[in-house]
Design a protein around this ligand. Structure first.
Ligand code: SF4
Ligand SMILES: [Zn+2]
Length: 228
């Protein structure tokens, strides 16, 4: 007998895979390890496995919800976005709580140690709401490496959606300090510290001698729309 690596419930054998009723996930054995392998034949496999009627219906409904989510981005859950094969311990529970809170317009506060996977927890939990309501997520962080991490996870989610033929596009924009984002060769050539860069940038803008700033002014309406 095999047990789900996520929730430790018993896995039910279907015709060629093992199914966890708790997580609604299918597994196959690869080199002695359980690996998630979901595909579209959920109902037929559940019926073959001889689950009772109620369960079949329940599971079928879940799958049909998921099917709709592929074509209709209004119906998604954290499972649509979570790009990894397994949840780390407690990850799924926390994601569910944050997802629920966000749908109820409540705040969540999570303090968790390194390695909990907080970034992917936050993104998987709030992307369903963001997609449903066509909202943008503003993700604030303290360091450049945290910033990089978020873009990495977002890229992973995007690849995951594409690989699973889920018709949802996610994209992100990383905004950093002037020294990392400035395009002006004059300022970059000076190799200044952030405070000095700020002063030079301010002069360049005041004198209207930064072409990038002038471009920005020209396109301000467009960019305002992006931010709002
Ligand atoms: S306004 Fe010009 S100088 Fe200032 S940060 Fe932008 S590109 Fe650099
Ligand atoms: Zn499970």
């Amino acid at each position: 007998m095999k047990f789900c690596p996520n929730c430790e419930k018993v896995l039910f054998p279907t015709n060629n895979r093992l199914y966890c009723k708790g997580c609604s996930l299918y597994y196959v054995l690869k080199n002695g390890n359980l690996v998630v392998k979901n595909d579209n034949n959920l109902l037929s496999e559940i019926n073959l496995a001889g689950f009772d009627n109620n369960n079949s219906k329940a599971e079928y409904k879940k799958k049909s919800d998921k099917d709709t989510s592929n074509s209709n981005p209004q119906k998604t859950s954290y499972l649509t976005f979570f790009p990894y094969e397994h949840f780390r311990s407690d990850q799924e529970r926390i994601i569910k709580q944050i997802e629920k809170a966000s749908l109820e317009k409540k705040n969540s506060l999570l303090a968790a140690p390194n390695g909990t996977g907080k970034t992917i927890i936050a993104l998987s939990a709030i992307l369903p709401l963001a997609i449903k309501k066509n909202l943008k997520i503003l993700y604030l962080c303290r360091t450049h490496s945290q910033n990089t991490r978020i873009i990495k996870e977002l890229t992973k989610i995007s690849t995951h959606l594409r690989n699973n033929d889920i018709n949802i596009k996610v994209s992100g924009l990383s905004i950093r300090g002037r020294n990392e984002m400035c395009l002006n060769e004059v300022l970059l050539g000076l190799k200044l510290n952030p405070r000095e860069s700020m002063a030079v940038c301010s002069d360049l803008r005041k004198n209207r001698s930064c072409k990038f700033f002038l471009n920005l002014i020209k396109k301000r309406d467009q960019y305002d729309n992006l931010i709002n």
